[in-house]
Design a protein around this ligand. Structure first.
Ligand code: DLL
Length: 438
């Protein structure tokens, strides 16, 4: 990669500051955030008083450890606006969690927050290689969900031509992609896969008939095997981006073209990894739950928010020249972890076995049941070639192979059901592949 191009992709100078410099910025912003929430948010004043901490006690980044965690239930208990640190008059936008049932988690943005967010999504888009001559099709849902609006703002800022398609209406998505010559696709990875399939049904080869060169994916995890599948089908660079509505939405971290972990916007967030059981802070490289403190948010600041996402931090310098700490691919959420006959199983481990086997497609369902007192793991897996299902011996051999591979990775047995191509559910947003019937 030549120097000019490399420079182009680095959106803001904060991405390449010395570590010492970044830490200085973090401490200054942390202190002012704590002072502000102590003054403005009764919930935090009470929490900090109860813990015997006053804002003056925070004098180093290490002092962050003294501050109690904030959890999702705190947000629920203060629904809708109880944790806002500004008056409603100063709030210019509301977003919310993507949960489909119950009350959403409400988050607010001041005008400055929206500007910050725009900068951060421009940063991750540029990191992936987005440019002002790109045509960016947003196939995340517009609404309370932060995915669409967040990336929309950032891509406009970069100067790309934004197509606000929203999710769904897949045939029209493909038609516009072809007619407009879309070069960037913004969606969940599972929807991108579904779109490729629908394109094929329409007689359009996503790799050769469409011009999509980069996928900015996020909102859910996917394995490296799944990424490969996407990159092959679309002949694109698929980058992964992490965020959460409580923290800001997309823009918390994103991958550059080297795809070796997501660069965290450390000038706006302090990331820690903790042992989810003890709350102890773990060193870089060690896997645990991601805890994030926002240090520039005005309307909805959060101190040490437990994300439940399992990952680890990477401090080694990246080839792209950015000095920001990276977070590894999220392995899963601690509340997604299945305990099957006492064994901890992340759906992503199952995905990494299934996706990439040449006989089967990337579509599967994980079902966990009880048989008597015993947990049973059952997988519905789509084969690529339907005629396969007619050859009993081949079918049994394939089931056996999947079972064996799974046993090697998980250490437990699974019942495998091979099903016809295109029979399992497809997703236009975040996929739900686990059905726990226990
Ligand atoms: O999903 C924000 C977002 C939108 C990020 C679009 C990136 C792109 P929520 O709806 O609040 O916000 O869901 C947040 O989604 O705690 C993770 O469990 C999961 N998640 C988001 N991005 C990733 C990712 C948006 N790249 C929750 N890998 C988070 C794994 C992800 N999980």
């Amino acid at each position: 990669m030549n120097e000019r191009r490399k420079k182009y992709m680095i959106w803001s100078k904060e991405e390449t500051l010395d570590r010492e410099e970044i830490r200085k910025i973090q401490l200054k912003r942390l202190k002012s955030t704590i002072k502000r929430v102590y003054e403005k948010v009764p919930f935090y004043r009470k929490r900090l008083d109860e813990a015997g901490i006053s804002p003056e006690d925070i004098n180093s980044l290490d002092d962050l450890k003294k501050i109690p965690f904030t959890v999702k239930d705190d947000l629920r208990e203060n629904y809708p606006f109880g944790l806002f640190a500004v008056t409603k008059k100063e709030v210019v936008r509301i977003h919310g969690s993507s949960g489909t049932t119950g009350k959403p988690t409400v988050v607010g943005y001041t005008r400055n927050d929206l500007n910050t967010w725009t900068e951060l999504t421009a940063r991750i888009a540029a990191m992936a290689g987005a440019r002002d001559d790109d045509i960016a099709q947003i196939a995340f849902g517009y609404g309370l969900f932060t995915g669409a609006f967040g990336l929309h703002q950032g891509l406009e800022k970069i100067g790309a031509m934004v197509v606000p398609m929203s999710s769904g209406n897949t045939k029209k998505q493909i038609m516009l992609m072809k007619d407009f010559g879309t070069t960037l696709l913004i969606s969940t990875p599972s929807y991108a896969l579904h779109m490729a399939e629908v394109a094929e049904e329409m007689g359009i080869n996503p790799a050769s008939d469409l011009k999509v060169r980069i996928g900015l994916f996020g909102g859910e995890g996917h394995t490296e095997e799944f990424r490969k599948e996407l990159e092959n089908k679309w002949e694109m660079l698929a980058t992964e981006n992490y965020g959460m509505s409580e923290l800001i939405g997309p823009g918390v971290s994103g991958e550059c073209q080297y795809k070796c972990g997501m660069h965290i916007a450390e000038d706006h967030f302090i990331a820690e990894i903790i042992d989810p059981d003890t709350g102890e802070v773990l060193p870089p490289g060690q896997k645990g739950e991601l805890v994030v403190t926002t240090i520039t948010k005005e309307a909805f600041p959060l101190l040490r928010y437990r994300t439940k996402d399992i990952t680890y931090l990477i401090e080694e310098q990246c080839e792209c020249g950015r000095t920001l700490t990276r977070m590894a691919k999220v392995q899963g959420r601690s509340d997604d972890m299945l305990i099957i006959r006492g064994v901890n199983v992340f759906p992503s481990q199952i995905e990494s076995v299934l996706v990439g086997m040449k006989e089967i497609g990337p579509h599967y369902e994980i079902i966990v049941k009880k048989k008597g007192y015993l947990d049973v793991l059952e997988l519905n897996v789509e084969v690529i070639d339907g005629s396969f299902l007619e050859k009993y011996s081949k079918l049994e051999a394939l089931k056996d192979k999947i079972r064996r591979n799974l046993r090697t990775v998980l250490g437990i047995d699974a019942k495998i059901n091979l099903v016809e191509p295109r029979t399992l559910k497809r997703f236009e947003g975040k996929a739900k592949r686990v059905i726990d019937l226990r």
